[in-house]
Design a protein around this ligand. Structure first.
Ligand code: ADP
Ligand code: MG
Length: 314
């Protein structure tokens, strides 16, 4: 392609909200064989909503939700935000006087006056959160978090979580003083265009893959919905870049599409890193392409643009 063709293509991209960071990036996209998609916030809307909360102890529902929300209050994770929102609504309807400010001021801190004091909070990437409330250890997260802390998961709890996961939801386990006391079910719907884009990529001869830190059962259910057969689940945050490298081993050109802080090492490792525009600054920094509209159709736009610039015009 001539420098003019590259300039034109870059301009066409920009007009469509596809920012291409240089001619190299534009050239590589035509050769992409695998596109690795992050699940949360990339294939899904990244707007998690709590759909179920089940208590498996004698604790009252309101107290259970207060406890979980308090533990998650310092976390930046989308799951934490969903849990706080759910608990806040519960308390509002339960007793509007306690959260009246919440209703007026949205998510300002005084709307969370009902939260409990928390000490020794820590976020454990890929697992959940840990803290102490009233001197008792509270854990909120996945099975790995529970098993590492030697909290037993009773059969009826496990069965409930499996049910959630089979319907594409993420099950969040809660323990108090080393007892499993309840489970939350969280749903994060697919982006509307996701399935069509996957179908389109396959037609173009590109192989789509999904990678996620979420559990295998939920991952497979989501992948099935969107039409992806190749899945890598329960990948720790640092592991996404290793997944990219495993696909590059035979010399294949690999693209990664992601939005989160967790995704930036993988975006950097990929031959073609594509960051979702609504994602974090650090992901945008690490990428070769920025999809400003946060629309997955632009993955196809980017590959198309590269193919048209480099394969046809010579
Ligand atoms: P993803 O790759 O899908 O963005 P993460 O690596 O951020 O996922 O998290 C993986 C899993 O760890 C989540 O599905 C959840 O089970 C658990 N987890 C992480 N952070 C939290 C949190 N703040 N509260 C509850 N669970 C969490
Ligand atoms: Mg993500």
């Amino acid at each position: 392609a001539t420098p003019t063709a590259v300039m034109v293509a870059t301009g066409v991209g920009a007009n469509n909200g596809v920012l291409i960071k240089g001619g190299d990036a534009l050239e590589k996209a035509q050769k992409v064989k695998y596109v690795i998609f992050d699940k949360t916030g990339t294939l899904t809307q990244g707007k998690a909503t709590v759909t179920t909360a089940k208590v498996f102890s004698s604790m009252e529902r309101g107290d259970f939700l207060t406890l979980v929300a308090s533990a998650e209050a310092s976390s930046e994770h989308p799951l934490a935000k969903a849990i706080l929102e759910y608990a806040r609504h519960f308390h509002y309807f339960d007793d509007p006087s306690t959260t009246k400010d919440a209703h007026i001021n949205g998510l300002e801190s005084k709307s969370f006056g009902w939260l409990l004091d928390v000490s020794d909070f820590s976020a454990l990437p890929g697992q959940g959160v840990q803290c102490f409330i009233d001197g008792k250890k509270v854990l909120v997260g996945n099975r790995k978090l529970m098993s590492e802390n030697r909290v037993a998961i009773p059969d009826q709890v496990e069965n409930f979580v499996v049910q959630l996961e089979e319907s594409a939801k993420t099950g969040i386990l809660v323990s108090y003083d080393n007892d499993l006391i309840g489970v939350l079910g969280v749903s994060d719907p697919l982006k509307r265009e996701a399935a069509v884009v996957i179908e389109g990529l396959i037609k173009m001869g590109v192989h789509p893959v999904m990678v996620t830190g979420d559990n295998w059962r939920t991952a497979k259910a989501v992948a099935k919905e969107v039409g992806i057969t190749d899945v890598r689940a329960e990948v720790m945050p640092a592991g996404k870049a290793d997944v990219i490298r495993s696909f590059q081993k035979d010399g294949s050109v690999v693209a990664m599409v992601g939005d989160g802080i967790n995704d930036s090492p993988a975006l950097a490792a990929a031959d073609v890193g594509m960051a979702i525009g609504a994602g974090t600054d650090i992901a945008i920094e690490a990428a070769d392409y920025v999809l400003m509209r946060s629309n997955l159709e632009d993955v196809i736009t980017a590959i198309d643009l590269s193919r048209k610039t480099f394969s046809r015009i010579r």
